[in-house]
Design a protein around this ligand. Structure first.
Ligand code: G
Ligand code: G
Ligand code: MN
Ligand code: NA
Length: 250
């Protein structure tokens, strides 16, 4: 695969960049932090989306050095922001399962000086379920360090409820497919309400992904969602634009 060959060189050629998507608190419309989203500046193909290369990075094992770079870069950038802002980082299965994972996280925190409470890691159900025997102690170790754990794309998998019971997640990120239907689909609204109940029952922050309209935002506030993320509030942006947003110059 041509892309996997080029992916191998992308790190040392400095072709990766992190963009940051704002996360907003619904209680007071305040900025809570950002989710780091990787971008690959391919010399010929232009900007390659993570959906096109993360799976290749997983298959080839390149996700380990790439994931390490993401953690370091995200922590370094967030360390320069005001102290109330958090940074969320996505983890993939083989990155999480690699024996260097925990030391990589600790090194990223140490070298950046970012307090662990300001780092949030996002895992999907597939990360959790790949090896529950391994996932649980790892998640507990992260939590013990003070790092927050979010469950990503919630509601799209097969056994969402069982892993909620198995581990005390700090945040539930409801998949955007449920937000899209909130205005005219009774089923989506019912799920939104159920997730608010689950969040309060498990003492987890609820976050709605993919918020694109004012009506959706209003409805999520009414229903008591904790946080929101989506094009209405801001797309993923380069670090300089994120700073402008933070310091109110945009
Ligand atoms: O940013 P969008 O921007 O297109 O991201 C698409 C998908 O890629 C999302 O599911 C997101 O979780 C994943 N993704 C983005 N950045 C990273 C990353 O740094 N590591 C991993 N493992 N996944 C990422
Ligand atoms: O799977 P994960 O949630 O980590 O990835 C976030 C993905 O969702 C990214 O690809 C990002 O570009 C995309 N995204 C963020 N906000 C919106 C939105 O409001 N609408 C849509 N359709 N996609 C979004
Ligand atoms: Mn995510
Ligand atoms: Na998601």
């Amino acid at each position: 695969h041509q892309l996997s060959i080029e992916l191998r060189d992308a790190l040392e050629k400095n072709q990766f960049e992190l963009h940051y998507q704002p996360i907003v608190r619904l209680e007071d419309d305040g900025l809570a932090g950002f989710e780091a989203l990787i971008r690959w500046h391919h010399p010929l193909r232009g900007l390659v989306a993570p959906t096109e290369f993360i799976s290749i990075a997983e298959e080839t094992g390149l996700i380990v050095p790439i994931g390490e770079w993401v953690l370091r870069e995200a922590c370094r950038t967030a360390a320069s922001w005001p102290g109330h802002l958090r940074i969320a980082v996505n983890l993939s299965v083989s990155q999480f399962r690699h024996n260097s994972f925990l030391s990589t996280v600790v090194a990223a925190l140490d070298s950046s000086g970012l307090p662990p409470e300001r780092l949030e890691v996002e895992i999907t159900e597939s990360v959790f379920l790949a090896d529950v025997e391994l996932s649980l102690p790892l998640l507990r170790a992260l939590k013990e360090l003070g790092i927050r754990i979010a469950i990503d794309d919630f509601g799209t998998g097969y056994s969402s409820f069982s892993y909620l019971r198995a581990f005390a997640f700090d945040k539930i990120k409801l998949d955007r497919s449920f937000v899209a239907g909130i205005e005219n689909d009774a089923g989506s609204l019912a799920i939104i309400r159920a997730v608010v109940g689950i969040g309060s029952g498990f003492n987890a922050t609820t976050l709605a992904e993919g918020v694109e309209t004012k009506e959706q935002l209003k409805r999520l506030k009414q229903e008591g969602f904790g946080e929101a993320q989506g094009y209405l509030l801001g797309k993923a942006m380069p670090p300089a634009r994120a700073e402008e947003l933070i310091y109110g110059t945009v």
